[in-house]
Design a protein around this ligand. Structure first.
Ligand code: ATP
Ligand code: MG
Length: 561
């Protein structure tokens, strides 16, 4: 076979199923240009699952030189708020999805939806029904039994038009009358058994105020919104698969010239974290977490606060791919993506999280010198910086042991180690308090080893990091674990979430090198050996820095093939 053909075939195979549908539609001339949309309901903050939807829709619009709409699906005023509209816009923008001037609100189409309902009534395809919600349910039948026609199903067009207008005019109480599509009470698909398309609800809407007291149902409103905007591919998640016949019915009966088509894909689920808006809300409302952007959550605001970058989330979504089968992605893959993104971009700095003092007994009292430290060993272009060094330092408590186990190459009495970017020092002793805790470690340095190497070439196996006690800044560091321990089950027997009690550890007495002065919210760094950290946007102050650990440095995670 010719090599070119092989590669062409490969290219086709690597397209996901949505790209294949779009390419076919474009080739057949079904649409001149594609248009996708992200249609959030402004009833909460966006999460990583929404990020997938945003990046998928935006990505397709870019790939096929089409358009991308951000549309607030605000047809249900009970739970919707302006606060959420603002946060959603900020999150979508942060992810890099640019809707340009294509920002829409479903509530702007209420007049057109009302007209659409009238069109259906006039065609004999919709009727006002006086059954109660319970009766409607009863009449609907089950998966195995067909439904029964409503006694109001054969009202005349005139009567329906009159009643529907009076519904709009506020003559009826909530729940007393609805408008239903007249489709087929015997359909095997329950969604097609004369679904409710308008209900009476005397409620204020955050954009239309009290103009309306009837509101369209999602399955009626959504296809109309898509059609009005010229959306071509209306991409949603799998639970809407059974609603597609209704979507198609609505756009067909309303006779839109280039009707949009609905395509479903599997939701993104992550192991060990809570993704659903409902659960996140519960954690927030019960005060289990510190708001919608608590760094343990996977709302987009939380990921941003934790220190994730848009690039890392884009990479993650790309690796997840698009599929028709529900599955959970390992949280470690998200961590892999942020680690890969930060590795070459961020400086590696000195920070001691669990400090013990180290005194260099033969170092001149009161002297401070400035040593060179490369900012990133794997990326020379980040340059180097000067770090202060003096007689008293802080090192990690775990870097000293009175009685070392085998293969421990760090500080213990008599051992020589390298202080990173500084000198070789030999441990000479230590002090303890009355409880047996080590309070000070003593050592001597070899002035000939500035920079960390001995002129005689002698080898030392251990290298430890440190900060200069006199110049260091005090900081708080917050370490995180997954909020749910999935191995023990997501739920407890009583149905509550099985929370990990260790999901947050606060270390209040950390010391970081003086070069952190001026670090601002969202700045991130590698802390030698301890991971990547980000300045907390809520609580950090110039004189009291607070860092969130984004991710540790190592993982056993391997990219799936
Ligand atoms: P949740 O299930 O968290 O309550 P939702 O589906 O109610 O979210 P919407 O505001 O209705 O939230 O969703 C906006 C868009 O995001 C929809 O097109 C929806 O299909 C998509 N979406 C929601 N959750 C996920 C997910 N986990 N993975 C991929 N797409 C998602
Ligand atoms: Mg929803």
């Amino acid at each position: 076979m010719e090599p070119e053909i092989v590669s062409k075939e490969k290219e086709v195979v690597s397209k996901n199923f949505i790209e294949q549908i779009i390419e076919k539609d474009l080739a057949e001339g079904a649409y001149d240009k594609i248009c996708t949309r992200f249609p959030p309901e402004p009833n909460g903050y966006l999460h990583i699952g929404h990020a997938k939807s945003i990046l998928l829709n935006y990505g397709l619009s870019q790939e096929y030189n089409g358009q991308f709409n951000l549309r607030f699906d605000d047809t249900n005023p009970t739970k919707e708020k302006v606060e959420f509209v603002e946060s959603i816009e900020a999150d979508v923008r942060w992810l890099g999805a640019d809707w340009e001037d294509r920002l829409f609100f479903a509530s702007d189409y209420f007049d057109q939806m009302y007209e659409a309902a009238i069109k259906l009534i006039k065609k004999g395809k919709a009727y006002v029904c006086d059954l109660t919600a319970d009766q409607i349910r009863e009449y609907r039948g089950t998966l195995t039994e067909p439904g029964k026609d409503s006694p109001y199903r054969n009202r005349s067009v005139e009567e329906n038009l009159d009643l529907f207008e009076r519904m709009k005019n506020g003559e009826f109480e909530d729940g007393t009358r609805v408008l239903r599509a007249k489709i087929d009470m015997a359909s095997p698909n329950i969604n097609m058994r004369d679904p409710v398309i308008y209900r009476v609800a005397h409620m204020e809407h955050h954009r239309t105020g009290s103009k309306w007291c009837i509101y369209p149902m999602y399955d009626f409103a959504h296809p109309i919104e898509d059609a009005i905007e010229g959306v071509t591919h209306s991409i949603c998640t799998l639970e809407f698969e059974d609603h597609r016949p209704l979507y198609d019915w609505v756009v067909r009966e309303l006779e839109y010239p280039h009707p949009p088509k609905q395509i479903e894909f599997a939701k993104l689920y992550l192991t060990n974290v809570v993704t659903g808006k409902r659960y996140i809300k519960k954690l927030v409302e019960e005060g289990i977490v510190d708001g919608w952007d608590d760094p343990r959550l996977v709302s987009i605001a939380a990921l941003r606060r934790r220190g994730f970058t848009p690039e890392s989330i884009r990479k993650f979504v790309e690796l997840c791919g698009v599929s028709k089968a529900n599955s959970s992605v390992d949280y470690a893959m998200l961590e892999y993506c942020i680690r890969e993104d930060l590795k070459l971009k961020k400086p590696r700095m000195m920070a001691v999280l669990d400090p013990v003092k180290l005194v260099i007994d033969n170092y001149p009292e009161g002297e401070i010198e400035y040593l060179d430290a490369p900012n990133n060993l794997e990326n020379e272009s980040l340059g180097s910086r000067k770090i202060p060094f003096g007689k008293e330092l802080y090192i990690e408590r775990e870097d000293f042991m009175e009685i070392p186990p085998r293969k421990y190459f760090r500080m213990f009495p008599g051992n020589e180690v390298r202080l990173m970017n500084a000198y070789l020092v030999t441990c000479t002793g230590f002090e303890k308090d009355e409880n047996g805790n080590i309070t000070v470690v003593h050592c001597t340095y070899d002035p000939q080893t500035r920079g960390g190497n001995a002129p005689d070439g002698r080898k030392v196996k251990g290298t430890i990091h440190w900060v200069c006690a006199e110049k260091a800044l005090k900081a708080e560091c917050r370490l995180y674990e997954n909020i749910i321990d999935e191995e023990k089950g997501v739920y407890n027997e009583d149905g509550s979430l099985n929370l990990n009690p260790n999901s947050l550890t606060v270390l209040k007495d950390c010391y970081v090198e003086s070069n952190f002065a001026g670090a601002e919210a969202y700045d991130s760094f590698q802390f030698v050996r301890n991971g990547f950290f980000c300045v907390d946007s809520h609580d950090s102050r110039p004189d009291a820095l607070v860092f969130n650990r984004i991710v540790s440095l190592k993982s056993s995670f391997k990219l799936p093939k």
